[in-house]
Write a protein that binds this ligand. Structure first.
Ligand SMILES: [Zn+2]
Length: 404
C-alpha cells in the first residue's frame, strides 16, 4: 500500500506535465463502435491462431513500408537520411538488437522476445515504378489531428498505397501534445496505417528545433504505433485509461501509463491489483526513450498472430527485392576532399541517388545519376560528411569524407 501511494505521488506530476499523446484509442473508438462484430471476429481469429501456433516460425517476415511525408514548414520535410535512421531503429527494436536492452535485469530478460521481422522501404510503387519508398507532399494544413484523419486525404495529405501490400506511415505536424496514432486491424482498408509527428522520427540525432518531444525523439513512437498496428494494446487496455485488459499477462493490470522518469523502474506495483508487479520497460507503455526497450514474450506472440491473420495478404503479396550485386565495387574518391568528389559505379541500369549529409543527419546535397561516372562539386564548410549511395530504395554504400 505504501508503495502504491509512493507510486501515485511519483506519477502524478508527470501525468500533468508529460502529455504524451498516443491517440490510438481515441482514433479507433468510433471505428469499433460502428462495427463491434467485425472487431470481435478479428480478436477471435487472432486468439485461434495463438492457440494453434505454439512454435515461432524461423522464417523472417518482410514488411514493405512507405513513408508519406506531409509538410508545410521546411523543418517538417525530413531528409531521407532521417527516414533511413528510423527504419534502422525499427529493425533493431523489433529484433531485440537495440543496445539499450542492457537496462533489463536477468529476470526481465526471461520475459522478452523478438519478432524476427524486417521493415524494408518499398522499392516499387503501386504502379510497379521504382521508388525509394518515400513520398513527399506540401500541404496547406499547418496542424493535423486524428479527427477525420485528414493526412490520409489527398486534399491535405496523401492517399494510402494499397494497404494489403504496404505498411503506410504518414509523417506530419500533429497538433501539440499528439505524437502518433495507428489503426487497429479490422478498420477500413483505405485508412489502414500509422501516423506520427515529425519530431518523433529518426534516431534522436537530428537537430530538432522544437524540444517538446525530446524524450520521445528517438524513433520509438513509431515502434509503439506499429505495435498497435499489430493489434497490441496499451497495458491498460484499448480504452482511455482504466484497468482494462491487453491480453498480455506479464504487463499486469495497469490503470494508466507509466510516464518517463529518470529512475526507469524495472517493475512497479499495480495500482489495479496491489499484490501484482507490472513490467514497464516495454514499447507499449509511455516511459520514454531510455526506458522503452523491448517487446515482451506475449506481445510478440500476439503481434505475430495478428500478422498471420489480418496482415497475411501483405506477407503473401511481398515481392522479394532484386539483389543488389556489384555495388561493393563503387569508388568514391577522394576521402580528403578539397572541392570535387568523383564516383565510379560498377553498373548503371537504373537511377542511382547520391546523398551527402552532415554528422547530424542534415541533408547537404542530393543528386541523381544513371551514368557510370559522376562528378560532384562540393560547396560546404570544412568538416566530416557522410556520402550515401541509394539504389532501388536501399542504401548500398556509405562512406565518410573530410572536406578541408
Ligand atoms: Zn499507444
Amino acid at each position: 500500500m505504501i508503495k502504491n501511494i509512493i507510486l501515485s505521488i511519483i506519477l502524478l506530476p508527470f501525468n500533468l506535465i508529460s502529455q504524451y499523446g498516443c491517440v490510438t484509442d481515441e482514433y479507433n473508438k468510433p471505428l469499433y463502435d460502428s462495427n463491434p462484430i467485425r472487431y470481435e471476429q478479428v480478436e477471435k481469429d487472432l486468439q485461434n491462431h495463438l492457440r494453434i501456433s505454439k512454435q515461432k516460425d524461423n522464417n523472417q517476415i518482410v514488411i514493405p513500408v512507405v513513408f508519406h511525408i506531409v509538410w508545410m514548414d521546411n523543418n517538417h520535410n525530413l531528409p531521407d537520411s532521417v527516414i533511413h535512421q528510423q527504419v534502422e531503429v525499427l529493425n533493431k527494436s523489433f529484433n531485440l538488437k537495440n543496445e539499450d536492452t542492457v537496462i533489463l535485469t536477468d529476470t526481465l530478460k526471461n520475459w522478452v522476445d523478438n519478432f524476427n521481422i524486417k521493415f524494408e522501404l518499398a522499392y516499387k510503387d503501386p504502379n510497379g515504378i521504382l521508388t525509394d519508398g518515400i513520398t513527399r507532399k506540401k500541404t496547406i494544413n499547418p496542424h493535423f489531428s486524428y479527427y477525420n484523419d485528414p493526412v490520409k486525404d489527398s486534399h491535405y495529405g496523401t492517399n494510402a498505397w494499397p494497404t494489403d501490400r504496404y505498411l503506410n506511415i504518414w509523417v506530419c505536424n500533429l497538433v501539440d501534445g499528439f505524437h502518433g496514432y495507428s489503426q487497429f486491424p479490422g478498420g477500413p482498408i483505405e485508412t489502414d496505417g500509422v501516423v506520427v509527428d515529425w519530431q518523433t522520427v529518426g534516431n534522436g540525432y537530428y537537430p530538432w528545433t522544437y524540444p517538446n518531444s525530446e524524450n520521445l525523439a528517438c524513433g520509438k513512437v513509431l515502434v509503439h504505433e506499429i505495435g498497435h498496428w499489430l493489434n497490441l494494446y496499451h497495458p491498460w487496455g484499448n480504452t482511455t485509461f482504466g484497468c482494462g485488459d491487453d491480453y498480455i499477462p506479464e504487463t499486469g493490470l495497469q490503470d494508466e501509463p507509466v510516464y518517463h522518469t529518470n529512475d526507469c523502474y524495472d517493475t512497479l506495483f499495480s495500482l489495479c491489483n496491489p499484490s501484482e508487479r507490472v513490467f514497464v520497460k516495454h514499447y507499449m507503455d509511455y516511459s520514454g526513450c531510455d526506458c522503452m526497450v523491448t517487446f515482451t514474450k506475449n506481445q510478440v506472440a500476439r503481434g505475430i498472430s495478428s500478422l498471420m491473420t489480418q496482415r497475411l495478404p501483405m506477407i503473401e503479396n511481398y515481392e522479394r527485392r532484386p539483389t543488389l550485386n556489384g555495388f561493393e565495387g563503387t569508388l568514391i574518391l577522394p576521402t580528403l576532399v578539397k572541392d570535387k568528389l568523383y564516383f565510379t559505379f560498377p553498373h548503371s541500369d537504373g537511377v542511382i541517388t547520391i546523398i551527402i549529409y552532415d554528422l547530424m543527419g542534415r541533408e547537404i546535397l542530393k543528386t541523381y545519376t544513371s551514368q557510370q561516372f559522376k562528378e560532384i562539386s562540393l560547396n560546404t564548410s570544412q568538416g566530416y560528411y557522410i556520402v550515401c549511395v541509394v539504389y532501388n530504395g536501399e542504401v548500398v554504400r556509405k562512406q565518410k569524407i573530410i572536406v578541408y
